[in-house]
Design a protein around this ligand. Structure first.
Ligand code: AMP
Ligand code: ZN
Ligand code: FE
Ligand code: FE
Length: 282
């Protein structure tokens, strides 16, 4: 069983449409794929309709969260599976985060204008095509201008990494856990040790999150080295959390391929048993 529990489509900052994504997942030999776009469920229905026979689809999302309990705020991502997409509180909060992402990206465009970079807000919106706007959309505009050659380069400090970065208005991590659980979903902490993206949270927070209903930790992720993966597995074992692995596929915005990292079948069974807001399709 090949199970990849973290993939993005054009509903957020991936480059494959939900329809293309499920076809690619089947072609990559996956048995199960989770669609986990940032702060949205907009891709669920198209992916479900296009789902090829033999591929199971786990509906999900990746929630933009923040922890403010430390010396400085740390942003973190919470994967949520099998929640009810029509839960009014969760849907309302996701809509608010998506809108704030647009305001934030527009401010980043203004910062670039001030430096004479002629990226336009219209082209960003056109590229996002109604999906959740993220820095990868700005990265592609910088590539179109010939200012950088890859999305990864656009994330360097002199570009979107620091200079033109504006913080996101996201969800408090404990509020997000509550929202997901109340909507029948299963929360898994995405790439908890991905230090390439910025400061990571202490183990003490993960322990607190476990007490607040966190179900699992994503250990096998491209942004974790072998020691980090082992540490996360050990911590998950101590806390009784499941451990997942996934590609965090973003199409051509990243080099990682679908199914590059996978989750064990028994872990998926536990996630499926715990989720009661929506169903695995297939
Ligand atoms: P944002 O959510 O708008 O702050 O953008 C961050 C998103 O960009 C992450 O969720 C990843 O999907 C992607 N990302 C972060 N760092 C990189 C990188 N170095 N190269 C390519 N994509 C990245
Ligand atoms: Zn992303
Ligand atoms: Fe993430
Ligand atoms: Fe992701």
């Amino acid at each position: 069983m090949q199970i990849d529990l973290h993939a993005h489509s054009t509903a957020s900052d991936g480059t494959s449409t939900p329809v293309e994504l499920v076809a690619e997942a089947a072609a990559a030999g996956l048995d199960v794929v989770a669609l986990t776009d940032h702060d949205t469920t907009a891709g669920w229905s198209a992916a479900a309709e296009a789902r090829p026979d033999g591929l199971a689809l786990v509906p999900g999302a990746e929630l933009s969260c923040r922890w403010r309990g430390g010396p400085w705020p740390i942003s973190l991502h919470l994967l949520a599976y099998l929640f009810d997409p029509s839960d009014p509180t969760l849907a309302g909060e996701l809509a608010r985060v998506r809108m704030a992402r647009e305001t934030r990206a527009e401010r980043m465009v203004e910062l670039m204008h001030a430096d004479g970079i002629d990226v336009t807000w219209e082209e960003i919106l056109q590229d996002a095509a109604g999906g959740t706007v993220g820095r990868p959309h700005l990265a592609k505009a910088l590539i179109r201008r010939g200012l950088v050659t890859t999305v990864t380069e656009a994330f360097e400090p002199q570009w979107l990494g620091t200079r033109y970065r504006v913080p996101k208005e996201d969800l408090d991590v404990f509020a997000a856990l509550r929202l997901v659980l109340d909507a029948g979903g299963v929360p898994v902490f995405a790439h908890p040790r991905a230090s390439v993206r910025g400061p990571v949270v202490p183990d003490s927070l993960i322990i607190e999150m476990a007490g607040a209903g966190l179900f699992g930790l994503e250990a096998d992720h491209t942004d974790h080295n072998p020691e980090e993966r082992a540490q996360i597995r050990a911590l998950a074992g101590e806390l009784g959390l499941v451990v997942t692995g996934s590609s965090d596929y973003h199409g051509t915005n990243k080099t990682v391929r679908l199914g590059a990292r996978t989750t064990a079948p028994e872990v998926l069974e536990r996630i499926t048993a715990a989720g009661h807001g929506s169903n695995v399709l297939g």
